[in-house]
Design a protein around this ligand. Structure first.
Ligand code: F6P
Length: 458
């Protein structure tokens, strides 16, 4: 088996992060006692200005290196309730917007924000913007809705977003006009990397106009491709739903001699959903992700490995991420004359699932080998499910920590989870580059060990 080529490395391995990159912007001094003081007591709250920090690199050699290079080394600010806050919560108005593709748990986060704002801080005026950033631009005509505990009572039972969503950016000036006219002091933005970049543009416009508005992101994507968060909410629910598709593929595969179950999952540039679904199911024999080049033909190619697998076990399950093997798709249409990019500027992918289905079928037919291939594309099904119990807990903790961060007057940041702790992550850092599966790291090795497949097909 060929070893991994050294150039197969991902940006996070080579990017250097300085302590200054992890500093969080604030709107100003915290002049108000937190309403939580009376309920929880000072000992349970973090003193503003003296909050503990979480090491970026918790490995010992890394720490030693950082300690040598930099007195403190890069650290994240720990999330959590502060003893003093920036806003007068009696008059504060907050806005919530949900953007981009759907993801399990969005409604849980919306509900968590509303309940925490209301119950912990006594905020009474919360606005939900409809259909993503579009709802923050007056000329689109989507009136914001008022949100309180009654309006969010059961929304966590449903997938999707009760506020509606849309892709694509809007003019920051027009969005800030809306923020100013409604008198919003805190904006919570639930979205992926494109949305978070949009949130940073709102921050820049607010700063230009000298408006003291906190903008807090809550990272949302089933692709789990946002940096400096152990995992994004909804990711676990999505890969759990994908396990069902892999199980069906396995049942179909073992039900026929030389049965092949082929499942295509979402994951444009990052194969996390595919890897985790495969590991959770343990039925996958081949996992193909965008980060690992895919060659079909030749001694070291995928088709040869599949031949061997079928000769040995008479069935195989293949799980492919939609972004894998794009170079093999040639001129395969990406969909009915649609533009080459979507409203978020993402390149529309060619259909690797169909290409694989056809190439596998042809390859074995040409060799006179009978094969029964069943192709399953669960597509949007995996991201429209309600949040799993694990994700529900996670969503609640993301939401309450987002509220604590906002109340302390932090801005241009998102709530992340790093080494298992909730932390504040500057949006410009989190969106600097995309998180991808590092083929030299344990996740990919785990997949390779679980499936028995070669480490790459190139
Ligand atoms: O949000 C990420 C994601 O689910 C990707 O996995 C997928 O490629 C994309 O969104 C699909 O987006 P859309 O909703 O625009 O079809």
């Amino acid at each position: 088996m060929a070893p991994l080529p050294e150039n197969l490395t991902v940006p996070q391995r080579t990017q250097r992060v300085e302590a200054a990159d992890l500093e969080i912007k604030t709107l100003g001094a915290c002049r108000h006692d937190s309403p939580l003081m009376a309920r929880l007591g000072r000992a349970a709250l973090h003193p503003v200005g003296q909050v503990e920090r979480v090491l970026l690199d918790d490995r010992v050699p890394g720490q030693a290196r950082e300690a040598r290079d930099n007195a403190r080394g890069p650290t994240f600010e720990l999330a959590g309730p502060r003893d003093r806050i920036f806003f007068d919560t009696a008059t504060l108005r907050c806005g919530i917007v949900t953007c981009g593709g759907l993801c399990p748990g969005i409604n849980n986060v919306v509900r968590g924000l509303v309940l925490e704002l209301t119950h912990a801080y006594g905020v009474k005026q919360i606005f939900g913007f409809r259909y993503g950033f579009e709802g923050m631009v007056a000329r689109h005509g989507h009136e914001p809705v008022r949100l309180g505990p009654a309006q969010v009572g059961e929304i966590h039972q449903q997938g999707g977003t009760v506020l509606g969503t849309s892709r694509g950016s809007q003019e920051p000036g027009e969005m800030v006009d809306t923020i100013a006219s409604l008198g919003i002091g805190v904006l919570f933005v639930i979205g992926g990397d494109g949305t978070l970049r949009g949130a940073s543009k709102i921050v820049a416009e607010l700063e230009r106009r000298k408006l003291a508005v906190a903008v807090i992101g809550i990272p949302k994507t089933i692709d789990n491709d946002i940096h400096f968060i152990d995992r994004s909410f909804g990711f676990e629910s999505a890969f759990a739903a994908a396990v069902e598709a892999i199980r069906s593929a396995h049942v179909e595969a073992v039900g026929a001699r030389n049965g092949v179950g082929l499942v295509k999952l979402m994951g444009r540039h990052s194969g996390f959903v595919t890897c985790h679904a495969a590991l959770a199911s343990t039925d996958a024999n081949f996992v193909l992700i965008p980060e690992v080049p895919l060659r079909l033909d030749g001694e070291r190619g995928f088709l040869h490995s599949l031949e061997r697998r079928l000769a040995e076990r008479a069935h195989a399950v293949i799980v492919v991420a939609e972004g894998a093997g794009q170079e093999l798709c040639g001129e395969t249409p990406s969909g009915y004359g649609a533009p080459q990019t979507d409203a978020s500027g993402n390149v529309r992918l060619k259909d690797i699932g169909i290409v694989l289905r056809d190439r596998i079928t042809r390859h074995f037919r040409e060799r006179g080998v009978e094969l029964t291939l069943k192709y399953i594309d669960p597509g949007y099904q995996i991201r429209s499910v309600p949040a799993s119990p694990g994700d529900s807990v996670f969503c609640w903790n993301m939401a309450r920590n987002a509220v604590h961060a906002a109340m302390a007057g932090n801005t241009d940041m998102l709530i992340g989870q790093w080494h298992g702790r909730f932390v504040h992550v500057p949006i410009p850092l989190a969106t600097r580059f995309r998180k991808q599966v590092d083929v030299l790291d344990d996740l990919w090795l785990s997949v390779v060990e679980a499936t028995g497949q070669p480490v790459h097909f190139s």
